[in-house]
Design a protein around this ligand. Structure first.
Ligand code: SF4
Length: 341
């Protein structure tokens, strides 16, 4: 059974009884869910276990810093109607649901997701699909939310068909944690639902620590890739979870071994109550330099920052090329030696 209550966390030994009141205060504010697959991964004997840190509430979540905000990446500023975020000309987010299989303690949409949050109504979905159909510049539809893979295969299949039927939509991308946190849900009906005639489907898997890629998770990803669905990864750089080169190295290698192309390493957003997870950008850049020295290009993610306020996502470095003068440049190699070009 999925853990949803602080009392269950204590009863199962994920937190000591004296923490119950704190856990309850946090869970009142932000949703809690830990699937059996994840609960089985948590090492109760290890203080600061990187899986526990991602999913077990912490009283630090009730401390909001002045720079944190309810809508850290500015979805609302680009939402012409319920369920749609149209930030970049050729793609939209379509938020079908506002629930997830698990709730990450650092979630950038933590003010918007949780049990009881409504999915798009039939009318809202019709309007959202009407918006997509009326904008011929939309080439890619990204299903996010919420985790679209919490929907039944039947419902997801219906939506996929309707999106793929829009002639100018060529790509449907789904962002999910399900293959890792509930690998048993990657079933033949779900895989059939994900593929719709008229558009190519991509799945972006969210995972942050190599231990999340268990044998069951790897098998679920293999079923997806074998079904002809290309996968990319997205991870969040998180203090105390993956903010060291060795862990990131192992995570990126695990993705590539699973035929998942490392795609994004997100700098943690300014979501409320998440400052204990955030590194500095300089730390992120140093880690990317370390990865560049350790991993092949196939295993390199892009380190990206969503500019607060809704101004979009940009590469956050590091820079290897400094332009100097009209045509010249100074280029740094992976050992930090500078060369004139
Ligand atoms: S799965 Fe994504 S949307 Fe859901 S809680 Fe985690 S980060 Fe947030």
């Amino acid at each position: 059974m999925t853990i949803r209550l602080p009392s269950e966390l204590v009863a199962d030994g994920f937190a000591p009884p004296e923490k119950l009141a704190d856990l309850a205060r946090v869970a009142e504010r932000y949703a809690l869910a830990i699937t059996p697959a994840l609960a089985g991964l948590i090492d109760r004997s290890q203080p600061g276990d990187p899986i526990a840190r991602q999913f077990v509430p912490d009283i630090a979540e009730l401390t909001t810093t002045p720079d944190e905000r309810a809508d850290p990446i500015g979805d609302n500023a680009h939402s012409p109607l319920e369920g749609i975020v149209h930030r970049y000309p050729d793609r939209v987010l379509l938020k079908l649901v506002n629930v997830c299989a698990v709730y990450c303690r650092f979630c950038f949409r933590r003010e918007m997701v949780g049990p009881g949050r409504k999915a798009l109504s039939v009318h809202q979905l019709d309007a959202a699909l009407g918006y997509i159909a009326a904008h011929p510049e939309i080439w890619e539809v990204i299903l996010t939310g919420g985790d679209p893979l919490v929907l039944s295969a039947r419902r997801l299949g219906e939506v996929m068909k309707r999106i793929a039927a829009v002639a100018h939509v060529k790509i449907v991308r789904l962002h999910t944690r399900v293959p890792v946190v509930s690998p048993e849900k990657v079933t033949p009906p779900l895989l059939r639902a994900l593929k719709a005639r008229g558009a190519a489907t991509y799945v972006a898997l969210h995972a942050n620590h190599p231990r999340e890629l268990t044998a069951a998770a790897r098998a679920a990803c293999a079923r997806m890739v074998d079904a002809g669905i290309p996968m990319v990864s997205q991870s969040v750089l998180l203090r105390g979870v993956n903010d060291d080169a060795q862990t990131l190295d192992a995570l990126m290698r695990a993705f590539v071994e699973c035929r998942i192309k490392p795609y994004y390493l997100h700098h943690a957003d300014l979501a409320p109550g998440t400052s204990h997870f955030r590194t500095t950008i300089a730390e992120g850049q140093a880690l990317m330099r370390a990865l560049r020295a350790r991993l092949s290009g196939l295993a390199q993610p892009a380190y990206v920052l969503d500019i607060p306020g809704g101004y979009g996502k940009v590469p956050a470095g590091p820079q290897y090329v400094d332009m100097c003068g009209e045509a010249g440049a100074v280029v740094e190699d992976i050992a930090a030696t500078k060369h004139r070009y």
